[in-house]
Design a protein around this ligand. Structure first.
Ligand code: NOJ
Length: 766
């Protein structure tokens, strides 16, 4: 579809120049001396009701990119609305020239010239694609994650974008849900610190810097708990899970200063999130004191009717604004309904004013009123897009995101010389899948493939075979491909290649669009004929390194049982093949740890390490062998690979834990320490993880919860003492009193290499 952009008429530049001269009358100087709230008030005093409502209206750019456009071909109407000041924001308009064009209409043609805030799904990179957020979270490297977001913001802001719909901070425990790729996984603590790092990366220290963009914590709330992992599905969870698991990463984002929130498509306990007054008005804007604005999700106001919550679109507008949604993304409801709703007394002027004040405040903070075209410099865009700095950042992040799941007999790293390597699999030479799902501005097939990465190491002979081909799936939309489920034609050649190879590297997994929005799966195995290909190749050569590309945890039982080495390489973005081969050849020692449990069976979903004990955690003693405990008859309860798990090319040894004292009073702290030693032969990084179990409480607590971690790099033979501080705040949770507090009692503290660690020590809170 061709996007009908608007290009400025030539005379416009002349007009702008004279407007600039005219504006040098001291008005700008006076404006600059006022505080942002004063400037907002002055502006609002001049605005008509219609113009105020216009600020609450967000339009998609003129093409259909990240959602179904309800009114295709209405570019003319949108243009008129821009010129009349009836649009506060646009999304999916990108490129310095294109953004300038729409901004010029808003600024130069509308009565008050209020600039647009330009939104975009900068989820994992702009044109240079970084690893999917789930992969980045596997690095547990907060500095790297922050810097990755900052580089994304730099590239996107040079292309006119000043607001990203990220980070997605939805906790999820169900790998069937396609959007697990967009978040930080299953844990609220990790989710919270990653959310804060991303917010800081996007927004920088100063929102008005031309390199930063406003961030958006989404999807408020509980979208990740969609029943059966089916996207957009109903969510029904209790207060306990809502407050202790779902909300903490949102709170962390708010505390980190995130300027916007997006609500969610799902209903939560019978109320669609978009109209949820308790969530948006009471908790977020009330208790948490959030003073930015909330945007609806795409068409989610309109969907209140489909949910069966609103009678019609007029009613949806009423429920949406009363519920706390400040901006309407692509529902066309606020613009058409708010005036009559106000007249009928169903919404209030102060609600509208509050929403507009929030939106204008963020626009002032971004510096848009001082220079609406500050993000629209085509020369800067050219210099920054794909610059060496941004490519280097993407490579660095990609290497840090890789998780080594298995490495028996030190099969990895591969030898660099004299080997014949059979490189097999549909994703081995694929330059598209590694880009993952959210790469709207990324060029299709622009990633470095594993084959390209491998060929850079020229001491070995590489024989490449696809084995199972990729086929076109929905070519019109994002040039999607699928993994073949009908043609086994390539298997023979793959086996022949493997037969005479010293080592086989198989690159299997999910194609780039197999996860993401609307991409839930009911199965978690290797799609198509890939499992069959794996077993066929194994029948002729057992020395296989499996490299996985995927956007969610997969079921890998067979591979784990039979193969010597497995590398989790997610969808790593533009630099994918370079990162993977550096790891395969040992030029980079992997240190990633899983941010989600990997199941043994799809039937275990939802699966998470911080589960509750239940009244029947196991059948022991006289009951041993009984079926009357919480378990499956045909599968273990445990994951195949637990949360926090990941290996290295070196080995680490932990000492026992020591505590500075064993009883904690209010206002004091305990220091828990371990000594970590690199007992292997190469330098490596380890994520030292601390978990706490609260033995009994006014509401039941998980078997353990991550409370802190430290990423440590050690030379061979080097040791380091790691100290974690525990205060009564560390032990707080949302209690039966409906508030965050800690309760006296006994706690176990665990420190180790993943969530299964048994190294523990007890202490008491008085
Ligand atoms: C719908 C998605 O749920 C949301 O995350 C995204 O930001 C919007 N579409 C805009 O693309």
């Amino acid at each position: 579809m061709v996007a009908p952009y608007f290009f400025p008429p030539k005379g416009l530049y002349l007009f702008l120049f004279f407007s600039f001269l005219l504006s040098c009358d001291g008005t700008d100087q006076k404006q600059a001396e006022l505080s942002i709230p004063q400037r907002v008030n002055e502006l609002m005093a001049k605005m008509t009701l219609k113009e105020k409502i216009g600020q609450m209206n967000q339009y998609n750019g003129f093409w259909n990119v990240t959602g179904p456009s309800p009114k295709d071909g209405n570019a003319k109407e949108k243009y008129d609305h821009l010129a009349k000041g009836l649009v506060g924001s646009m999304l999916n308009v990108r490129g310095a020239r294109e953004v300038r064009a729409v901004q010029e209409v808003a600024v130069n043609q509308s009565r008050l010239g209020i600039p647009l805030i330009i939104g975009f799904d900068l989820i994992h990179g702009y044109q240079t694609i970084s690893p999917i957020p789930l992969a980045e979270s596997a690095s547990w490297d907060l500095e790297a994650i922050q810097s990755s977001a900052a580089l994304g913001a730099k590239e996107a802001s040079a292309a006119g974008i000043n607001w990203t719909f990220a980070p997605m901070v939805d906790i999820t425990r169900d790998a069937r849900w396609g959007r697990v790729m967009e978040g930080a996984g299953e844990d609220p603590y990790l989710g919270g610190v990653v959310a804060a790092a991303r917010v800081k990366g996007f927004q920088g220290n100063d929102l008005s810097s031309p390199n930063s963009v406003a961030a958006c914590a989404k999807h408020f709330a509980a979208y990740g708990f969609a029943e059966s992992g089916r996207d957009y599905n109903t969510v029904d969870i209790g207060e306990n899970t809502l407050h202790n698991v779902v909300l903490p990463p949102f709170k962390a984002a708010a505390d980190a200063g995130v300027r916007t929130f997006m609500n969610a498509f799902n209903e939560l306990n019978g109320i669609p999130a978009t109209a949820d007054k308790i969530l948006q008005r009471d908790i977020l804007k009330g208790e948490w004191g959030f003073d930015g604005f909330i945007v609806s999700d795409w068409g989610s106001l309109k969907e209140l009717v489909d949910h069966g919550y609103a009678r019609d679109k007029n009613h949806a507008g009423e429920l949406g604004l009363n519920g706390g949604s400040d901006m309407d993304m692509e529902s066309y409801i606020y613009l058409t309904e708010l005036q009559s709703l106000l007249k009928d007394g169903l919404v209030t002027m102060s609600q509208i004013d509050d929403a507009v004040r929030r939106i204008l405040t963020v626009k002032y903070e971004l510096g848009l009123f001082d220079d609406p075209f500050r993000y629209c410099d085509t020369i800067r865009e050219k210099e920054i897009t794909g610059s060496p700095e941004i490519r280097a950042g993407a490579l660095d992040m990609a290497k840090k995101s890789i998780v080594l799941l298995k490495n028996d007999d030190a099969v990895l790293p591969l030898k660099k010389e004299g080997q014949t390597v059979a490189l097999i699999g549909p994703l081995a030479a694929d330059k598209n899948s590694p880009l993952g799902n959210w790469r709207i501005a990324g060029e299709n097939s622009s990633a470095i493939s594993v084959l390209e990465g491998m060929l850079k190491y020229d001491g070995n002979t590489i024989i490449h075979e696809q084995g199972v081909k990729l086929v076109n799936a929905i070519p019109a939309f994002h040039q999607e491909v699928d993994i073949n489920t009908t043609d086994k034609g390539g298997m023979k050649a793959a086996k022949n290649a493997a037969k005479n190879a010293d080592v086989v590297v198989m690159v299997l997994g999910e194609y780039g669009f197999q996860s993401g929005e609307g991409r839930s799966r009911s199965k978690l195995d290797l799609p198509g004929f890939q499992q069959e290909l794996l077993e066929e190749v194994y029948s002729v050569n057992k020395n296989i390194v499996l490299v996985l590309m995927n956007g969610r945890p997969l079921v890998l039982n067979w591979a784990d049982e039979h193969l010597p080495a497995i590398v989790e390489a997610w969808h790593l973005g533009t630099e994918s093949g370079n990162a993977i081969t550096e790891v395969l050849y040992g030029d980079y020692n992997p240190s990633g740890k899983l941010p989600m449990s990997f199941p043994r069976s799809v039937g275990q979903m939802p699966l998470y390490y911080n589960y509750k004990n239940t009244g029947r955690p196991g059948a022991k003693g006289a009951d041993a062998g009984s079926v009357f405990w919480s378990h499956y008859g045909d599968e273990k309860n445990t994951p195949l690979y637990p949360f926090g798990y990941g290996l290295s090319y070196t080995e680490f040894e932990y000492s026992d834990i020591t505590l500075s004292k064993s009883e904690l009073d209010n206002g004091t702290k305990i220091e828990a320490s371990v000594t970590l030693t690199n007992i292997g032969k190469v330098k490596g990084k380890e994520v030292v993880q601390m978990y706490i179990k609260d033995h009994y409480a006014s509401v039941t607590r998980p078997v353990r919860e991550l409370k802190d971690f430290e990423l440590v790099e050690l030379e061979p033979g080097e040791s380091k003492q790691i100290i974690f501080e525990i205060t009564p705040e560390t032990l707080q949770f949302y209690s039966a009193n409906k508030k965050w507090e800690s309760e006296p009692g006994t706690f176990s503290l665990f420190i180790g290499t993943n969530s299964n660690t048994i190294r523990s020590i007890d202490f008491k809170l008085k």
